[in-house]
Design a protein around this ligand. Structure first.
Ligand code: XIL
Length: 330
């Protein structure tokens, strides 16, 4: 048996993995999950389109199976994600009578706010005490907007208030759950500043937010490890804010294309391993701040980055250099 990853880092942070439901029904996947990870995220199965596909029709059976699996195997579970501009059914933003897009009139705002409340209350209270951390709001910042806010339907109808409300509703539904703001490219200095301001303002207003999720969908060439550290430093300077690395993967194909030759690939996979180990050294340094690190997928062929090699295990379940770099750095 391979040395266990989560065991190796148990004095620092949880080591998690995002998996599709099919992995929980595959004994080979299950063995690998149980050996190496002590936190699980549903890759898609706890997103709004999965949990409330039609207004008032909740569908919890698959999500419940994640809960059962985690309970049975003593694995923690992160909830992902309550409020997002993607994988959210269009009915949320439509007038129930006319089917037209909601506007920012008071009446329409109330419709959407009620839906937000009902969704969060229903989902978060169902898993109260079981899902220990929720990504409450995902990807609300867009550094290309003058005010930094992504012009999602949530924003267009409700304004920035939707963010505060989401955290308030989630906290009401489970006062013990850790509530996160989650985003990608948090290493971009401009975006980082917007996120910092957002979270700082939420805290200052007494909004129940407990952490920032760094997705960490990165590549061998960007961002640098130093830039990741700067982000951790900045966000954790806000009192009461922890950090979860929520979706780490390190792309090697992004800049080099899918048809790289074997020699180049081997070189890049070694670069990937070095970078991952350097990152884990930084995470360890901030062990009271970084309390969970999750990979966005179990093995390369399961990754959402098709044709890429961004994870710890290859398609044949073999540990890559990246895996070994975390077990035996040298
Ligand atoms: C991705 C899943 O991995 C894909 O299977 C799905 O088709 C799209 O969503 N940021 C997030 C995740 O917060 O939810 C996304 O997951 C990847 C980017």
């Amino acid at each position: 048996d391979l040395p266990s990853l989560s065991e190796k880092y148990k004095n620092y942070f949880k080591v998690g993995v995002a998996v599709p439901y099919k992995a929980l029904t595959n004994p080979v996947d299950v063995a690998l999950i149980k050996r190496h990870f002590n936190s699980i995220t549903a890759e898609n199965e706890m997103k709004p389109e999965a949990l409330e596909p039609f207004e008032g029709t909740f569908s919890f059976s698959i999500a419940d199976e994640y809960l059962d699996f985690c309970k049975k195997n003593n694995i923690a579970i992160r909830g992902h994600t309550l409020v997002w501009h993607q994988q959210t059914p269009s009915w949320f933003f439509q007038n129930p009578q006319t089917g037209k897009k909601l506007t920012n009139s008071e009446k329409d705002k109330n419709i959407l706010l009620e839906r937000l409340k009902k969704y969060i209350q229903t989902v978060v209270s169902r898993y109260r005490g079981k899902i220990y951390a929720w990504d409450v709001v995902n990807e609300a910042i867009d550094e290309n907007e003058p005010d930094g806010f992504r012009k999602s339907d949530w924003f267009k109808i409700l304004g920035p208030e939707y963010i505060e409300k989401a955290f308030i509703f989630a906290h009401q539904a489970d006062p013990n759950a850790l509530l996160f703001y989650n985003d990608y490219s948090t290493e971009n200095p401009i975006k980082r500043e917007y996120i910092y301001k957002l979270v700082k303002n939420l805290k200052a207003k007494g909004i129940p937010i407990h952490g920032v999720g760094l997705q960490c969908h990165i590549s061998v060439s960007w961002p640098s490890v130093e830039e990741v550290e700067r982000t951790i430093k900045l966000f954790s300077s806000i009192p009461g804010i922890k950090i979860h690395v929520t979706e780490i993967d390190i792309s090697v194909a992004k800049e080099f294309g899918e048809d790289i030759d074997e020699e180049t690939k081997r070189y890049l996979l070694i670069q990937q391993a070095r970078k991952l180990n350097d990152l884990f050294e930084v995470f360890k340094k901030y062990k009271n701040v970084v309390t969970s690190v999750s990979f966005w997928g179990l093995k390369d062929d399961y990754s959402w980055l098709k044709g890429d090699y961004p994870l710890l295990f290859d398609k044949n379940y073999q540990p890559k250099f990246a895996f070994w770099s975390l077990i035996d750095p040298s």
